[in-house]
Each structure stands twice: as structure tokens, then as C-alpha cells.
Design a protein around this ligand. Structure first.
Ligand SMILES: [Zn+2]
Length: 209
């Protein structure tokens, strides 16, 4: 199988986990992404960050990694983008999912018979300058999960006993922690965003519901 992975370092993970402390509203995420160099200042009255899609983390876009963003954050009772509320119904399907690895299992090019690069499974180019391994093993893929789990446990302590499933129901693997008002989860699941052509491992951050 082929694998595309992001080389997660402890300091990058810390950088990522700080997003669990951001108030769940557009303005706060615009500011957080701009501070990290992940978004330009807002223009034309639109939020600086476009949710509901993959968002490139840096510039130039094709050479960056990316994060998957769910529904726009905020409160459904107001158009004020500075309002973050604690109502669970305002946060349904709003999340941030940072991919750590994609694995395309059993997919080969019909001409070359070489494994298909997970980047080629998308209709649009995916900003994904990562580590590509054409012939990876399942153990190598799972090692990405185990390494992230180790780093997360060191930071967030004991995980929840029965966390709500994130990203899919049920994921193949998931460990979740509470950080402030957020649920932080490590998951391994088939990738419904490209019709389950590959599996992915990632870190999901969303408001506690
Ligand atoms: Zn609300």
C-alpha cells in the first residue's frame, strides 16, 4: 500500500493543540490561523478561513500541508462572527481535523502497476507536501497512530473511557481527551471524503457537546 504522512513533531503538536483553546467562532479562528501564517487577512466581508473543505496551511498552497474543516464555527442564533456559544446544536459537524497519514490499500496504477499515491485520489489537487512511501506496510501506517497517541497521552493524560465517535461511526480506532471546552481525538478511519478510497489517521478538535 502507499502512504502519505505528515512528520509530526512534539512542538508542532503543541502548536496544533493550542487550537483546542480557541473560542469556537469564525473571528477567533481567523485570528488564530492568521497568527500562524495559515490565512491572509479577511477581505470583501468574508471570513479569512474557508470552512467545509481542506484548507492549506501555508503558502504557496501546493507545497503546504492541510487541515480539513467542518461547518463554520459560531452560534446559529446570530450572524455575529465574534460569538462563540456553548449550545451543542450550534456545533454539530463543526470540527477541525488535522491529517497525520493517508494509506491507499490495494490501489495500483493500471499501466505501471505501481501503488497509487493518495494525493491522486482527489478530484482537486490536495495541498499535501508530505512524506510519500510507495510500498508501506500496515505496521508503518499504524506506527503513525501509535506515535501520535504516545505524544497526546503525554500532554493530555488519561483518555475518556467512552468518547463519542468523531469523523465516522464507528471509527476503526479512536482515543479522545477533553482539553478545556474541546474534545481532542486521535482517529483512524476510512476516508469518506474521497469515497473511502483510502484510510486516514488524524487529530480531530471540536467543541465538547
Ligand atoms: Zn448558539
Amino acid at each position: 500500500m502507499s502512504m502519505l504522512s505528515f512528520p509530526l513533531t512534539p512542538s508542532y503538536l503543541d502548536h496544533l493543540l493550542e487550537l483546542a483553546d480557541v473560542p469556537w467562532c469564525c473571528d477567533a479562528f481567523d485570528a488564530a490561523f492568521q497568527r500562524r501564517g495559515w490565512a491572509r487577512p479577511a477581505s470583501g466581508g468574508e471570513p479569512a478561513v474557508g470552512w467545509l473543505d481542506h484548507w492549506p496551511l501555508g503558502d504557496p498552497d501546493p507545497l503546504s500541508w492541510h487541515v480539513l474543516l467542518g461547518e463554520y464555527p459560531g452560534c446559529s442564533r446570530t450572524d455575529d462572527r465574534s460569538v462563540a456559544c456553548d449550545e451543542p446544536e450550534c456545533h454539530e459537524d463543526s470540527f477541525l481535523a488535522f491529517p497525520l497519514a493517508y494509506a491507499a490499500i490495494g490501489l495500483t496504477d493500471s499501466v505501471t502497476e505501481e501503488p497509487v499515491d493518495p494525493r491522486e485520489l482527489w478530484g482537486d489537487p490536495l495541498p499535501s507536501e508530505g512524506v510519500y512511501t510507495a510500498h508501506a506496510t500496515r505496521a508503518e501506517f499504524l506506527a503513525c497512530y501509535d506515535r501520535a497517541a504516545h505524544l497526546l497521552r503525554a500532554r493530555l493524560g488519561t483518555p475518556l473511557r467512552t468518547p463519542p465517535p468523531v469523523q465516522s461511526d464507528p471509527p476503526e480506532r479512536q482515543i479522545s481527551w477533553v482539553r478545556g471546552k474541546s474534545l481532542v481525538s486521535l482517529f483512524l478511519v476510512d476516508n469518506v471524503y474521497n469515497y473511502s478510497q483510502d484510510d486516514w489517521i488524524g487529530i480531530d478538535i471540536r467543541p465538547l457537546s
